[in-house]
Design a protein around this ligand. Structure first.
Ligand SMILES: [Zn+2]
Length: 255
């Protein structure tokens, strides 16, 4: 049990007795970390409302199902399991308290979306598109535009990292080292890429690499030829950047 005072996980039970006419057990606990005493009640889990499915069939509510589908939408996202479990408990409590007469799967979907919006934007988008919440595509796109921007780059190892304008500028600057191209032109080129990505929430690093390479071809043919062959070996902009950097090192050594 997490201590309400210091959030440490670890306590000892110092007293245990029946409560609510034997329908619950009341336990006094003491935090092993800070010594704070607190009370917990254990009782038979209330079954919760029936879930009314799209075809009208009914089934018992099962919080584990929400947890299961959320596990899928937060895959590779920076969302801890503790955080996810807390979200599921919140949704479950809300459903048990406010929908005792029954809840439709669409209503559950709405509750889940509201929580996901607070938790992680990319997960929200995945869930919304997987559950076809929106009746048409325009509606979906309008909803995406309303989200705060946070473009995520999916790296070749499956990890995500936030998109960084500076990182793209430095990749291009390295590729264009000693070429007659101004910093301003490089920045404009990067903003062109950003503009193309403005309605996206994810881009793979290999796609980003291809966009970068296409731009390079327009800006400076020599830089493009010099690095295109190198780039094609790599799935990943960061690998490319490393290779280009090592090439530049060799150039310096040769001089
Ligand atoms: Zn404590």
């Amino acid at each position: 049990m997490i201590c309400p005072a210091c959030k440490a996980d670890g306590d000892k039970v110092i007293d245990s007795r029946p409560a609510a006419d034997g329908r619950a057990i009341r336990r006094r606990r003491e935090c092993l970390a800070c010594g704070k005493r607190f009370t917990t009640y254990e009782q038979v889990e209330s079954p919760g409302p029936e879930v009314i499915k799209k075809d009208g069939r009914r089934e018992p509510f099962d919080g584990d199902k929400i947890y299961g589908s959320l596990r899928i939408v937060v895959k590779n996202r920076p969302v801890s399991n503790e955080r996810l479990q807390a979200v599921v408990s919140d949704i479950t409590a809300k459903i048990k308290n406010e929908y005792s007469g029954g809840i439709s799967t669409a209503q559950i979907g709405e509750l889940v979306l509201n929580e996901l919006l607070k938790l992680d934007e990319v997960s929200y988008v995945r869930f919304a598109s997987a559950h076809k919440r929106f009746s048409d595509k325009d509606e979906f796109i309008t909803s995406l535009k309303a989200l705060p921007r946070s473009l995520q780059v999916i790296k070749s190892n499956g990890r995500y990292e936030p998109f960084k304008r500076e990182k793209l500028i430095s990749s291009l600057s390295i590729a264009l080292r000693k070429r007659p191209v101004s910093q301003r032109k490089i920045e404009n080129a990067v903003d062109q890429i950003i503009n193309k990505l403005k309605n996206r929430d994810e881009v793979s690093s290999s796609e980003l690499g291809t966009m970068l390479m296409n731009l390079l071809r327009e800006i400076d043919e020599v830089a493009y030829i010099r690095y295109a062959s190198v780039y094609r070996k790599f799935q990943d902009v960061s690998e490319f950047t490393k290779e280009v950097e090592s090439l530049s090192e060799e150039e310096k050594l040769e001089r």
